[in-house]
Ligand binder design. Sequence first.
Ligand SMILES: *Cc1c(COP(=O)(O)O)cnc(C)c1O
Length: 456
Amino acid sequence: MLRDIPSVHAILENPKVQHWVETLSRDWALQIIRTTLDDIRCEVQETKKPISKDHMYDRLSQNFLQFQKSSLKRVINATGVLIHTNLGRAPLAKKALEKIKEVGEGYSTVEFNIKKNERGERLDHLEKLLCALTGAQSALVVNNNAAALFLCLNTLAFQKKVLISRSELVEIGSSFRIPDIMEKSGALLKEVGTTNKTRLKDYEKACDVSTSLFLKIHKSNYDIVGFTQEVPIRELAQLSRKRKKPLLFDAGSGLLFRKWPIFQDEPLISECIEQGADLITFSGDKLLGGPQAGLIVGKKKWIEKLKKNPLYRVLRVDKLLLTALEETLRIYTLPHPEEEIPFLKLLLTPMDVLRARAQTLKSELALSFMIIREDVSKVGGGAFPKLSIPTVALCFSLPKGKLLQFEQHLRLSQDTIPVIGRIQKECFVIDLRTVFESELSCLKKSLVSALNLLER
Ligand SMILES: *Cc1c(COP(=O)(O)O)cnc(C)c1O
C-alpha cells in the first residue's frame, strides 16, 4: 500500500500541483509535499487502509492553501461583546491606521530629534499628550497593562512588601492573576483587610519598614455587594504620603473623560491623579479604544525610576504601536472623540439606528425563521460586569442540526468575511451592537451565502 504513494518527483510533475509549485518558492512547495506525504504514510501504516489518489491530492491542496491564506484575518464581530479579547479588543481609528501606513512604509523619527539633529527619546512623541490628557507630571508606555504593572512592582517593590486589600486579588483573564504577577515581579504580597471589608486601619497596621508600596486594583470584572467597605484613593493617598511610600493604582480600562454618562461609575484617570495616586496603570485597547499597550502615568520621580529599569527595555513598544497610540490620543483632544474612536462609536449608536438596520436586513432577507429581538450587549474585556448595553439582535431559529451548520458556514466562510455570532437558547444570534455600518452589506452577503449552503 505504501508503494501506491507517488514519489515527490511524480507529484511535482502532476498538473494539479503545478499551479502551487509556480506560485510558491520551489523549496517551500517541496517541503509541503514532503510533510504531507509523511503524514499520509503514517496514516496508511497505522490504519492499514489504502488511500485514494484523489484524497491525497485533496490533502495536498488543503495544505498548500493553508500556507497561502493568512491565518490572522478580519472578522465581523456579531457577538455583542465590544471589547472581545479573542477578537482583538478595540478596533483602531481610521486616522491611526492611516498614520501607521505612512510611518511604517518608510523611515521615521521614532528615536530621532529632528529639530536638534540628534538621538531622540522614543516616548517624547507621546508623553506630553498623555500628561495633558490626564494631568500627570510624567508618562511611560509598555506592551500592555500586565507589563505596566509588572514593571512598576519590579522597580518599586523588588523583595519588599506591597500592601493590597484581600478583595482586590483578582484574576483578569485566565493568565493574569494579581498574586502570580506579584510573585514573578519579585514583590512580596501582604494582604490587608478581609474579602468584603477593608479599612484604612488595616493598611495602617500592616505598614512597616519593609513596606515599599501601596497597591490598589480596580475590580474590573466583578463586583462585591452587601456588607462591604473599601478605602477610596484619596484616603489611601493621604496615608501613603504620611508613610512616605508611593501609591500605585491599576485602573484597568482607562477612561479619559466624563463626557459619556454610560461610564459614570468608572474611575477617571485625571481624577485618580488629582486624588493623589502616585502612579496609575491602564490598558490602551480597552475603553481608550486604541492599540494594545500599557500606559503608566504619574509622578516624575517614580516614572524616572521605571525608565532606568532594564526591564523597561524588554517591554518597550514598537513604532507602529506608538504611532497608533499617539493618533488615538490625539483624537481625544478633538470636540467629538466618539465620532472617531470605533469602540465609542459602536457603544453609543442609538437604539433607533440599530432598529432601522435590523428592519432593513429583515426585509432584504425575508426569512420566516428570523425575528428581531431587543437584547443586551456587554462591554467585555474584563470591564463593567454590571453594565448592560441595550441592543438589537437578529435571531435565527432553526432545528439543532441546521443551526450548528449555519453557525459553522458563517464562521468558516472562505469567500465572504467570517461572521462570529453566538448560539443562545436554540437560536443563532447576530448582535448588531458590534457590527459597523460599513460591514452591513458584507454581513448580508455572508448570511445569504450561508443560507444557500443550508438549503442544499
Ligand atoms: C485588563 C486589566 C489588566 C490587564 O491588561 P492588559 O492590557 O490586558 O495586559 C490588568 N489590570 C486590570 C485591573 C485590568 O482590568
